[in-house]
Design a protein around this ligand. Structure first.
Ligand code: GLV
Length: 305
């Protein structure tokens, strides 16, 4: 994946199965002008202080909440990321999660495997519907819009909340509380920031309908995990589908995994091979452009810019 860089720049890669250990990362960053990072690498003041030559951080992900964007800005360090190329894949995952939890597919599969599948029974394993329901999309960016396109194919009514009304967005713009109160399915698509951490907590679960489902494909900390456990425990929502959790990885004994109506998958929203290759290629292009003082194809906007 990094071949386009080799020959033009000295490239050092970490090929371990697990993310690069922090001490190795700090040591290697000391001489680096560019870094190609994943969401597992924290770019904070400690790292920036250890990397005096750093000019470019190129992240192979759309979310950059692991990067102190403000501090990079202050030091003139440009950041690239990989929006666009993963939008449709993440929206597919969001819909797969929603369909799975609403129609109880994991529970059904468990019943087949554990032998509890008996004669056909008209009301066994009945779930809810997708078609003709109302979806509430929290965050109407690229991924929110791609989810909305899928939702209209399912004949859903679309409501959304966002920092402001989007002129060209499908659906009806409403305050978050109303979106939560009216929707059969709530899709969390906002990026993680100081404004969105804990956005969905006990108060918000209290606003949701008892028959509503929550799907989170953004970042775990946007949803207050303890409040979600309480809401599922009290039956104040119908279920949840999570591609992201707080913490990650979620320990196998975590209370969220004790609910049959909570489906957790391991942060694989963009994990089609084609999309991951496209993300890698874009991250390399961003890095090359930044190192050559050319405009990056996908820069992260400066804060407030
Ligand atoms: C993955 O979570 C991403 O932000 O691309």
């Amino acid at each position: 994946m990094v071949e386009p860089l080799a020959g033009l720049h000295e490239v050092r890669t970490w090929a371990g199965k697990y993310p690069v250990p922090r001490d190795v990362f700090l040591e290697e960053a000391a001489s680096a002008e560019g870094l190609l990072t994943m969401i597992t690498e924290t770019i904070d003041l400690e790292l920036l202080d250890a990397a005096p030559r750093l000019r470019i951080v190129s992240q192979m992900a759309v979310g950059v909440d692991n990067i102190d964007v403000g501090a990079c800005h202050e030091r003139g360090i440009e950041i690239g990321h990989t929006p666009g190329v993963l939008t449709e894949t993440v929206a597919d995952t969001a819909f797969a999660l929603l369909a799975s939890v609403v129609r109880r597919l994991p529970e059904g599969e468990r019943a087949v495997k554990d032998g509890s599948w008996g004669p056909w029974d008209p009301f066994w394993m009945t779930g809810s519907d997708l078609f003709g329901t109302t979806i509430g999309i929290v965050g109407m960016g690229r991924i929110g819009r791609a989810i909305a396109r899928r939702a209209s194919g399912f004949g859903m009514e679309i409501l959304y909340s966002a920092s402001s009304e989007k002129e060209d967005a499908p659906g009806r713009f409403l305050p978050l509380d109303e979106v939560l109160a009216r929707s059969d399915h709530v899709m969390i698509c906002v990026s993680l920031s100081d404004e969105t951490v804990g956005l969905i907590g006990a108060r918000e679960f209290g606003l949701m309908r008892k028959d509503a489902f929550l799907v989170n494909i953004s970042r775990g900390p946007v949803v207050d995990t303890n409040a979600l456990v309480d809401a599922l425990g009290a039956g104040s929502i119908a279920g949840a589908g999570l591609d992201v959790t707080d913490p990650e990885p979620l320990p196998p004994n975590h209370p969220l995994l004790g609910f049959s109506n909570c489906l957790v998958i391991p942060h694989i929203g963009s994990a089609s091979t084609r999309t991951r290759m496209a993300m890698g290629a874009l991250a390399v292009e961003n890095l090359l452009a930044g190192l050559d003082d050319r405009p990056m194809p996908a820069p992260v906007a400066w804060p407030g810019g």
